[in-house]
Design a protein around this ligand. Structure first.
Ligand code: ADE
Ligand code: ZN
Length: 331
């Protein structure tokens, strides 16, 4: 086995919508795109910050209309992920971004669930679905959509919090997370991507999340780093995303090696791979090329993601064994 077996913990399914599929779905659904061709669309993929990406990300979702569209989107990701060595994926989706466009919740949930339900057999990738809520929309709207997901018995394992971070602190979403926990759901939240270290603290203390998505700005706060190390809080880091959204200047200056050096529980993830220049394998490839990660370090990153996944202990043991086997095969 040559490819490092990996687990993806931070992935937005809408962020896997490739330009080519945007044109296919637009044609199929009679959606008029504001771009003459693929090349013109691809010229839009130049981002100055998180918001400039989000504007394109939400606009492109206009082509997702039917259950089949969501199934095709997820199947395309799962096929690509399997080729990248992904053995388990925890997949976020943004229900509010679809409901607000008039797409029924059932359409999006059933479409995704159909692809995910066949994933182990078809692609050898186990999956978990996480409903992510938009922090730049009213918290009451998020709670209403969560209630609808619960009422329809949607196959979700957890909830997340995403979209524009600065000015939308975790403290605004306490009721949402209380309700999710009461319903037995796992909790994660984006924090410390563009927002300050204080948002990471709030996500931990007020939302009681099990993982922080991104979390790179924790390094600005020594006391917080010490706590994250002591508690081994998983930080789902997305290197290529951070470069493309200018959270860091270049990959060479990415804090991942420093974070590993401090003993933080960091994993490597792809976030929105169709937008940021590569899937999880490309994140690992570029990191390895730049930082010269050894097989031991790569295996340690994979082990961190397995430790932090929402899976049974039996599945966890199986994935640890696969990583061990990969390491033995390399030496
Ligand atoms: N939604 C999709 N990708 C995101 C990111 N990187 N940060 C916040 N919200 C997102
Ligand atoms: Zn994200």
């Amino acid at each position: 086995m040559d490819r490092l077996p990996v687990v993806e913990l931070h992935l937005h399914i809408e962020g896997t919508l490739e330009p080519g599929l945007i044109f296919v779905l637009a044609e199929r659904n009679g959606v008029e795109l504001p771009y003459a061709d693929l090349a013109e669309l691809e010229r839009q993929y130049e981002f100055g910050d998180l918001q400039s990406f989000l504007d394109l990300y939400y606009a492109n979702m206009a082509v997702l209309r039917t259950e089949r569209d969501f199934t095709d989107l997820a199947r395309a990701y799962l096929a690509r992920a399997a080729a990248a060595g992904v053995r388990h994926a925890e997949i976020m989706f943004d229900p509010q971004a679809h409901v607000s466009r008039g797409v029924p919740l059932e359409t999006c949930v059933n479409g995704l669930a159909s692809a995910l339900g066949e994933s182990e057999e078809e692609f050898g990738v186990s999956t978990v679905l996480i409903a992510a809520f938009l922090r730049d929309e009213p918290a009451e709207d998020a709670l209403e959509v969560l209630e609808q997901l619960l009422a329809m018995n949607a196959p979700i394992t957890g909830i997340g919090l995403d979209s524009a971070e600065v000015g939308h602190p975790p403290r605004d979403f306490v009721a949402l997370y209380d309700r999710a926990r009461e319903a037995g759901l796992e909790c994660v939240a984006h924090a410390g991507e563009e927002g300050p270290p204080e948002y990471i603290r709030e996500a931990l203390d007020l939302l009681q999340v099990a993982r922080i998505d991104h979390g790179i700005r924790c390094l600005e706060d020594e006391e917080l780093v010490e706590r994250l190390v002591a508690e081994q809080v998983p930080l789902t880091v997305c290197p290529l995303s951070n470069v493309r959204l200018r959270a860091v200047d270049t990959l060479a200056r990415h804090p991942l090696p420093r974070m590993l050096g401090r003993g933080l529980n960091v994993s490597v993830n792809s976030d929105d791979p169709a937008y940021f220049g590569g899937y999880i394998d490309e994140n690992f490839r570029q990191l390895t090329e730049l930082f010269g990660f050894t097989d031991e370090q790569l295996a340690a990153l994979a082990v961190n993601s397995v430790r932090s996944a929402f899976i049974t202990e039996e599945r966890r043991r199986g994935l640890f064994a696969e990583i061990d086997e990969w390491r033995r095969g390399r030496s």
